[in-house]
Design a protein around this ligand. Structure first.
Ligand code: FES
Ligand SMILES: [Fe+2]
Length: 450
């Protein structure tokens, strides 16, 4: 349960809000590089942290991110002419480079210094391995943090698959679904636990199906929090699933099976009422196979995927047609208005929810809570420990920055983001934290899963 004030404090992300300012201390992933495919190509509407922005790639390939509205009289720069290292407003021809500097003001006399006194609001961008990041905070070039060392953003692109989808609800309830290990035994389960496929994932899935009330422990880390969910395994052993919670809105999920890829999410707030869910699956030491990629891109009720990532990503045939509205390319055809195409017959006979794909199962329950759930009305149990701890971390971070200027957790520790998750079968008396620390470093070349 949270008070109304604390609930809104973590939910609201616009400029000037406590959580919004905390988030602006970090680099934010905003686009995949292929969304801006060519130099001098069309500009793109972007909405993130409640701000309407325009992204463009200039003649040299550099990415610019400007306020949507031209600082002259507010026309949208979406219609701008992207030419010779700048975006030119089509209303009166003012032209801006990627830093927001006005490089041409053709409706003023050439002798005028007016253009030197005005700038468009522009956010610095960085691009690495197919991902465009923006820094929306107020630190100058030299004081800005480095990009976080996520393994998925450091491996070659052939080892990583990223998809995105828009969720119509606040980022907090979306994120909380991502660290809530106990729902996996229900929402994503099949009715008949013997209905497995012989894949290497099965051992872990059977432990999950066999113990539906895991014991949780959490520890704080330099990047946020590590969560251990302990379930019964064979006599004398426990099955531990380690989830990484990285500030401000990332998760790395425990996978199944040896040689399995790893998955994680970034729950990036579009505004207070919608979230861009990035789903990322990567293999630390080898390229993803064609089978693994197909499992992520295609889905049908008859196709039972065998690899990590199947159903976690929204399949390609479930996206709506793109329009020029910001983020429209990442909307699902399955939504609240059509009940996410739930198959009631499948719910009765095959799967716990009847909703197609893990991604849509998550989205359905998270959106069904309403735009921002009133957390005065909830009743948290022992299974919700990780959520309770994460809320404390967010609240302390947001209030610490707002009230005392304390830098948010992880901003100055980008190297500590170089970690993975793990799932482990350990003897009952083992120290899970020590074991987890040994196997979750992304520096070692082995992937650790049961
Ligand atoms: S509104 Fe953009 S140049 Fe006038
Ligand atoms: Fe889920």
């Amino acid at each position: 349960m949270l008070s109304k004030e604390d609930n809104m404090l973590i939910a609201q992300v616009g400029p000037g809000t406590a959580m919004g300012e905390a988030m602006r201390s970090y680099w934010i992933p905003i686009l995949l590089s292929y969304e801006l495919p060519e130099n001098d190509g069309r500009a793109l509407r972007v909405r993130v942290l409640g701000e309407n922005l325009i992204a463009f790639r200039d003649s040299e390939g550099k990415v610019g991110l400007l306020d949507e509205h031209c600082p002259h009289r507010g026309a949208s720069l979406y219609f701008g002419r992207n030419e010779e290292c700048g975006l030119r407003c089509v209303y009166h021809g003012w032209k801006f480079n990627v830093s927001g500097t006005i490089v041409d003001m053709p409706n003023e006399p050439p002798t005028s210094t007016f253009k030197n006194r005005i700038k468009a609001n522009a956010y610095p961008c960085a691009e690495r391995n197919g991902v465009i990041w923006a820094y929306m905070g107020n630190k100058s070039d030299e004081n800005r943090p480095d990009l976080p060392d996520f393994e998925w953003n450091l491996v070659p692109e052939s080892r990583c698959y990223i998809s995105k989808r828009v969720e119509d609800c606040n980022w907090v309830q979306a994120y909380e679904g991502g660290i809530d290990s106990s729902h996996v035994s229900f929402l994503h389960s099949r009715l008949n636990p013997t209905d497995f496929t012989g894949s290497p994932r099965e051992k872990g899935m059977k432990y999950m199906a066999g113990d539906k009330f895991p014991h949780y422990e959490t520890i704080e880390t330099p990047y946020g929090m590590m969560v251990g969910a302990r379930r019964s395994a064979e006599p004398g052993y426990h099955y531990w699933r380690i989830t990484q919670c990285l500030m401000p809105f990332y998760t790395i999920l425990p996978s199944y099976g040896t040689d399995s890829p790893v998955s994680g999410h970034a729950w990036v707030p579009i505004d207070d009422y919608s979230t861009m869910v990035w789903t990322i699956t990567w293999h630390p030491i080898r390229d993803l196979t064609q089978d693994e990629l197909d499992d992520m891109k295609y889905w049908s009720p008859d196709r039972v995927g065998t690899s990590e990532g199947n159903g976690r990503h929204l399949p390609l045939n479930m996206y709506m047609e793109e329009t020029s509205i910001a983020n429209s390319r990442w909307r699902s055809k399955l939504n609240l208005a059509n009940d996410y195409l739930i198959d009631w017959n499948a719910q009765a006979t095959k799967s716990f929810s009847g909703i197609p794909t893990i991604a849509m199962q998550d989205q359905a329950v998270q959106e069904s809570m309403g735009p921002i759930f009133d957390r005065r009305k909830e009743h948290l149990g022992t299974a919700d420990l990780a959520i309770i701890r994460m809320r404390h971390l967010w609240l302390n971070t947001a209030k610490g920055l707002q009230e005392r200027g304390v830098e948010p957790v992880g901003v100055s520790a980008p190297a500590t983001y170089h970690i993975r998750s793990a799932s482990m079968r350990l003897p009952e008396d083992a120290d899970w934290v020590r074991e987890a620390e040994l196997v979750t470093s992304a520096d070692q070349s082995k992937v650790h899963f049961v």
